[in-house]
Design a protein around this ligand. Structure first.
Ligand code: SF4
Length: 229
């Protein structure tokens, strides 16, 4: 599995896919990527060290992802990231965290000592679909509430059961409340959540402009960031 890449289009940065403890929630209906989680701290720390040794700092920006939240990374790995930030003169980090960690973000910012763009898997701002169908366990009411903690929401589009109106609303909320965001076009996996081809086609036509919008990254394939499998 590829665990290191450079993103040279929008928001130039290095990106690493690290291994972490199991996602503390672990019950999102569409999620089957928690298979990359482990309980073997030493093995994870070793692998993460190897991956992080490839970071050069050339863009001054590093994104760290794991199948879950950054708070589930081994302590040793977080320490190593902090050292790399200093040694390689990284001035900005991208981390991802679930809504349940919202009160811990500030502590992580202070620990790393550089600004962190916190991404959050919102999937949709439609509370009903997010909570009762996707089982996201992120019961916020509004995009504004999310923006008080997080910097960049990740949306998911093209799921059976989702409507065009929901997607229109999601993109509107993203643009109104955030300066950055990611849109993941859903691809079928081992779960019972299914891709709606017609909806994907509609989205790709209607929102073609997003492909050249510097503030939004559209991931058509799960591996569009060049990491994962
Ligand atoms: S929070 Fe993320 S890793 Fe955890 S179950 Fe949901 S989608 Fe999967």
């Amino acid at each position: 599995m590829e665990r290191y890449n450079k993103i040279t289009e929008k928001n130039k940065r290095e990106i690493v896919l690290l291994k972490a403890f199991p996602c503390a929630w672990g019950k999102c209906r569409f999620c089957d990527y928690i298979e990359d989680n482990s309980r073997d701290r030493e093995e994870m720390a070793r692998l993460n060290e190897e991956v992080l040794s490839r970071v050069t700092g050339e863009f001054g920006v590093l994104e760290v992802i794991n199948s879950g939240s950054c708070f589930e990374l081994p302590r040793e790995t977080l320490e190593l990231i902090r050292n790399i930030v200093r040694e390689k003169k990284i001035s900005r980090l991208f981390f991802e965290a679930h809504w349940m960690y919202r009160e811990k973000l500030q502590k992580m910012r202070e620990y790393m000592g550089v600004p962190i763009i916190f991404k959050i898997g919102v999937e949709t701002f439609d509370r009903e679909f997010r909570e009762n169908y996707l089982n996201k366990h992120a019961a916020f009411e509004s995009a504004k509430e999310v923006s008080e903690y997080f910097d960049s929401p990740c949306l998911m589009v093209g799921i059976k059961g989702q409507t065009r109106e929901m997607i229109d609303y999601d993109i509107k909320m993203l643009k109104e409340h955030f300066s950055l965001g990611t849109v993941n076009v859903f691809t079928n996996n081992t779960t019972d959540v299914k891709r709606d081809e017609e909806l994907v086609e509609w989205f790709m036509n209607k929102y073609a402009d997003l492909l050249s919008d510097p503030s939004v990254e559209v991931l058509y394939e799960k591996t569009d960031f060049g990491v994962g499998d």
